[in-house]
Design a protein around this ligand. Sequence first.
Ligand SMILES: [Zn+2]
Length: 280
Amino acid sequence: MASTRRLAILLTGAALALAALPAAFVFAQGGKGGIERLYILNCGEGVAGDISRWSPGVNVGKSMDFVDSCYLIKHSQGWLLWDTGLADAIAAMPEGQRPSDPRMTHWRRPKTLVSQFEQLGLKPSDIKYVAISHSHPDHIGNVALFPQSTLLVQKAEYEWPAPVGPRFKPELPVTKLEGDHDVFGDGSVTIISTPGHTPGHQSLLVKLPKTGALLLSGDAVHFKDNWDNRRVPENNSNKEQSSASMQRMADIMAKEKAQLWINHDKAQRDGQKLSPAFYE
Ligand SMILES: [Zn+2]
């Protein structure tokens, strides 16, 4: 029958159209492989003594609850952990870790990173890549748990002189980046260079099949009010770079229709699903 033949032609055409799709598109859609899910891990909770430290001249003397988030991404090519949070050892401190400067954050760790991995049936050795936003202690506290993973860090951060000893163990596997980096080669997870908070600070653009595009801030911004007003914290390594990076993030968010997920923003994270729940 003519209609059957027409249907056959249509189906063949559809198959050819699918075959012509670039692999990156199929991966990004979560079809044959690609990015599958993202978990938010609790990597610390704390109270900042004086948030004017992050917004000079504004909210002087006002304290604020902070969280510290890590993000775990499952991709068909392997697991990626974005930031490692505060050191797991802090979980054993009854009063948490008091800051040397009372304006900074008094951190506690209600759960270890390892215990949250165990809940998912994972071991640190299962992680292919550990990417860090920057080298402050609340982000690299557990890097030493991952000697088998490849560390993804900007060369400028890796080589940034530390007050005491090197920031990273030179014997551990590392890829030193100079700018943006498409981690899995399919556009689903891209490191975005956002210097300013530190010399080699970076953020992460994630394209999930159902949730859509997310930009994980790192510490390019600490809470929403500072983002809305583009405020630069007093201790950032470079004010001009910080402002330029925030503008770059805003441009990328507009282009990719991406949500901004702010690492330390408790109000935002209170509305998000934490591991073992996940985003697809
Ligand atoms: Zn931080």
